[in-house]
Design a protein around this ligand. Structure first.
Ligand code: G1P
Length: 289
């Protein structure tokens, strides 16, 4: 029997330079899509997949994320005094219970692989999930739940994947594909950010991973890859042949919220998906166009 995946790691140490000046003093994970910060969606997605331990790998300037997931005494007092029971209940509803959230810092920007490695003692010796909050997914079934279901069959490392235009392969981890049933693809190799002419395919990793704990040993080798950084893609690649590795073409649409246009698209798509906003927003968009 596969053990339940209990822990999600959220690497949130990045500077968000593509979104300056918005991210100069504000953690990019706190940028809001419709009415929730990106990190809020990420935690919701993990919870909807049955995960109940949340590990954040932060850096200087990210303490606002801790505040977001903490009880806000003054706010509750004020809401209470104003008789706003619903708001209080809703806050209590999504706050993770005491002891289920942990924070650690990535002391220097050595790459995504290094950020995940920083969480090793908080994860322990069990299979875990990784969610990159910039990659927002709009789907019927939460993307992480789809990955966990796939892992229950494959028992190995699983990454969420989607096709990208060939000229964009240098932005992503790219798969060399083995057996492929059109949904689940066996991974024969992985390359981080290859030039279009060198990319083994156009199937790219987006920010959702299920990783076996042995990944920490690989990450602990501190091998530098693309951009001189310690890459999670390289560590997963080194486990191919030792443990199963699959790419899951998830159902849903992914938005790159680390980029201005992707962020605006996400806002429109998520607002249109809301029954309370759709009619008025549609009207507005039609008028503008
Ligand atoms: C990271 C990963 C890359 C993946 C991408 C998805 O890159 O290293 O393999 O395809 O996330 O968003 P980054 O966007 O941090 O450069």
């Amino acid at each position: 029997m596969t053990r339940q995946i209990r822990t999600a790691v959220f690497p949130v140490a990045g500077l968000g330079t593509r979104l300056l000046p918005a991210t100069k003093a504000l953690a990019k994970e706190m940028l809001t899509v419709v009415d929730k910060p990106l990190i809020h969606y990420a935690v919701e997605e993990a919870r909807a997949a049955g995960i109940d331990r949340f590990v954040f790998v932060t850096s200087r300037g990210k303490s606002v994320i801790e505040d977001h997931f903490d009880f806000a005494y003054e706010l509750n007092q004020t809401l209470d005094a104003r008789g706003k029971k619903e708001a209080i209940e809703s806050l209590a509803d999504w706050l993770p219970p005491a002891g289920h959230v942990a924070y650690t810092r990535q002391p220097s920007p050595l790459g995504l692989g290094h950020a995940i490695w920083c969480a090793r003692h908080l994860v322990g010796n069990e299979t875990f999930a990784v969610i990159l909050p910039d990659d927002l997914v709009l789907s019927k079934t939460p993307c992480m739940k789809q990955l966990i279901d796939a892992h229950a069959c494959t028992k190995g490392n699983v990454v969420a994947v989607m096709e990208v235009p060939r000229e964009q392969t240098n932005r992503y981890g790219i798969l060399a594909v083995g057996d492929d049933d059109g949904r689940l693809a066996e991974v024969k190799g992985l390359v981080e950010k290859p030039a279009p002419e060198d990319a083994p395919s156009t199937l790219s990793i987006i920010g959702r991973y299920i990783l076996l704990p042995e990944i920490f040993t690989e990450l602990g080798r501190f091998e530098r890859g693309a951009g001189g950084e310690i890459q999670i893609t390289d560590a997963i690649a080194r486990m191919i042949g030792v443990a199963p590795c699959h790419g899951l073409r998830f159902e849903g649409e992914r938005f790159d919220c680390g980029d201005g246009l992707g962020f605006v698209r996400a806002n429109i798509a998520f607002a249109l998906a809301r029954a309370d906003m759709r009619p008025k927003l549609e009207e507005f968009i039609h008028q503008r166009l």
